[in-house]
Design a binder for this molecule. Structure first.
Ligand code: TZP
Ligand code: MG
Length: 208
């Protein structure tokens, strides 16, 4: 199932991040992106090491938001980069052909430009309104997802305001998978939340 958990320790309601990740994986999460903005490089590396050793046991890939150096330092499987992070060609050159590299796109034009790159997936950002990330560009909406699907050759992972109520519509609009922060991190039952999202993805794909 194509469900990414993007982490945010500030949203876990005081619960340890490793517990949330364990529950999310038990619920069907297929990839974890470590995205922690409020920590020092040392803290990020130490947290990354702990998450990496947890996920190794489950054979679930770990990718690191923004930081190619941190990904290398902890032996993560890859990175997720945005439009103002390290450019894709340099990230690929540093990490190698086996690494997972995801790239955020915010418009159909950016998605078209990304056809030149062998990224592993595009993050479509943001699909809906969210309070998890500040200073976001305008929402793509379902129409934006459709427009990007029409021009992109890549796997498309939708992010921003996604929950079990709108998940099916996002897949039906053309996303191959979903990435969520609060729908799992802040859920009262993160395992169940991941299971519900996986179910919705499966139902939408079965109808396609
Ligand atoms: N990138 C685009 S929107 C977003 C990120 C990291 C936050 C998504 O958070 P949520 O809680 O799933 O809406
Ligand atoms: Mg970034």
């Amino acid at each position: 199932m194509n469900l990414h958990l993007v982490t945010d320790r500030s949203l876990t309601l005081g619960r340890p991040l490793l517990d949330i990740i364990r529950a999310a994986v038990a619920g069907g999460t297929s990839l974890v992106q470590l995205r922690e903005k409020d920590c020092s490089t040392r803290e990020f590396v130490e947290l990354g090491q702990a998450v990496a050793s947890l996920l190794q046991g489950y054979k679930i890939p770990l990718i690191i938001n923004d930081r190619v150096d941190v990904a290398l330092a902890i032996g993560a499987q890859g990175v997720h980069i945005g439009q103002s992070d390290m450019p894709y060609p340099q990230a690929r050159a540093i990490l190698g052909s086996q690494a997972i590299i995801g790239l955020s796109v915010e418009t159909p034009e950016q998605a078209l430009a990304a056809n030149l790159f062998d990224v592993d997936y595009l993050g479509l950002s943001p699909v809906f309104a969210t309070t998890t990330k500040m200073d976001l560009p305008p929402q793509l909406g379902l129409q934006g997802v459709q427009e990007i699907r029409a021009v992109s050759r890549h796997q498309l992972i939708a992010i921003g305001g996604i929950n079990s109520d709108n998940a099916e519509n996002v897949i039906t609009a053309g996303a191959h998978g979903l990435a969520v922060v609060s729908a799992i991190c802040a859920a009262s039952d993160p395992k169940n939340a991941a299971m519900e999202l996986c179910k919705k993805i499966a139902v939408a794909k079965a109808k396609a």
